[in-house]
Write a protein that binds this ligand. Structure first.
Ligand SMILES: NC(=O)C1=CN([C@@H]2O[C@H](COP(=O)(O)OP(=O)(O)OC[C@H]3O[C@@H](n4cnc5c(N)ncnc54)[C@H](OP(=O)(O)O)[C@@H]3O)[C@@H](O)[C@H]2O)C=CC1
Ligand SMILES: O=C(O)C1=N[C@H](C(=O)O)C[C@H](O)C1
Length: 240
């Protein structure tokens, strides 16, 4: 009989944030992952919180061995983490949005050496929505395409990463998408892709009602990325 695999050792980056907290809570409920380092921007109040070792971003080089880093921070946080993953030869899962083109290029370059999964949205529903949008765009030539997204007031980037990815899929079908963003209250994340013709309209909508869908998707991906060859991975590559 095969020995069960040891848990995948995770580094959670952006651990004090909304997504970081969801990741820590949900990782604690799984036995296929083990959080060996939680990294926060500022000095953590305690070295160990709920059994998880905490480090500040300035102590990044000192974190223990890990298999996969999961990053939900802000664009300025990604560069040092990517450098750490490359220097240690470890995989990176990142959901941080609002990245500069140079940062996307750095992720592409790193994928030559380590497994990299960057996704603007880790929910299954949005993975499917991307495909539906490409199909609708191709089937509705000449129709207007508008992508409207709503998020909580704390969100820094606009349009959202998901809206931009939906736009890329619309363009593969020949559409020329326009974007509109709303920031209000505590909305987790809503995306509407509206195709408008003469006398009719098609709307494709995704509504997230819990951040747990993103955190579960990222943990699922991280648990399956250990030991894979270097390269760029998509959420759909790791679905099982
Ligand atoms: N791909 C997806 O499915 C999803 C992506 N996101 C994206 O994830 C990111 C985080 O979202 P959210 O959790 O809501 O944001 P938060 O602002 O709640 O959390 C971000 C965390 O990152 C920390 N941080 C900021 N800068 C650095 C740095 N230089 N080094 C280390 N840590 C840093 C912040 O620290 P401090 O607390 O000190 O400010 C904060 O705790 C955003 O880009 C968001 O768009 C969000 C949800 C889903
Ligand atoms: O910041 C958020 O909250 C979210 N960000 C991602 C994005 O920019 O698309 C994903 C999700 O919509 C929540």
């Amino acid at each position: 009989m095969n020995e069960p695999s040891p848990p995948v050792r995770l580094l959670i980056h952006g651990a004090a944030g909304r997504m970081g907290q969801a990741l820590l809570r949900l990782a604690g409920e799984r036995d296929d992952v083990d959080v060996v380092a939680a990294v926060t921007r500022s000095k953590p109040a305690q070295r160990v919180i709920d059994g998880v070792p905490h480090f500040s971003a300035t102590e990044l080089e000192a974190v223990p061995e890990f298999d996969v880093a999961i990053d939900f921070s802000l664009p300025q946080g990604l560069d040092p983490l990517l450098a750490l993953c490359v220097s240690r030869g470890r995989a990176l899962v990142s959901g941080t949005t609002g990245l500069e083109p140079e940062q996307r290029a750095a992720l592409d370059a790193a994928a030559g050496n380590i497994p990299v999964l960057w996704a603007s949205n880790f929910s299954l529903g949005v993975a499917i929505l991307n495909e539906l949008v490409a199909r609708a765009a191709a089937a509705l030539p000449g129709w207007d395409c508008d992508i409207v997204e709503s998020h909580h007031v704390h969100k820094k980037d606009a349009p959202s990463g998901t809206a931009l990815t939906l736009g890329e899929h619309a363009r593969t079908g020949g559409a020329q998408p326009r974007y509109a963003a709303l920031r209000a209250g505590d909305i987790i994340g809503e995306h509407t892709v509206q195709f408008t013709g003469l006398g009719e309209r098609v709307e494709l909508i995704h509504r997230a009602t819990s951040r747990d869908i993103f955190a579960r998707g990222a943990l699922h991906a991280a648990a399956r990325l250990r030991g894979r060859p270097p390269g760029h991975y998509r959420v759909t590559d790791l679905l099982s």
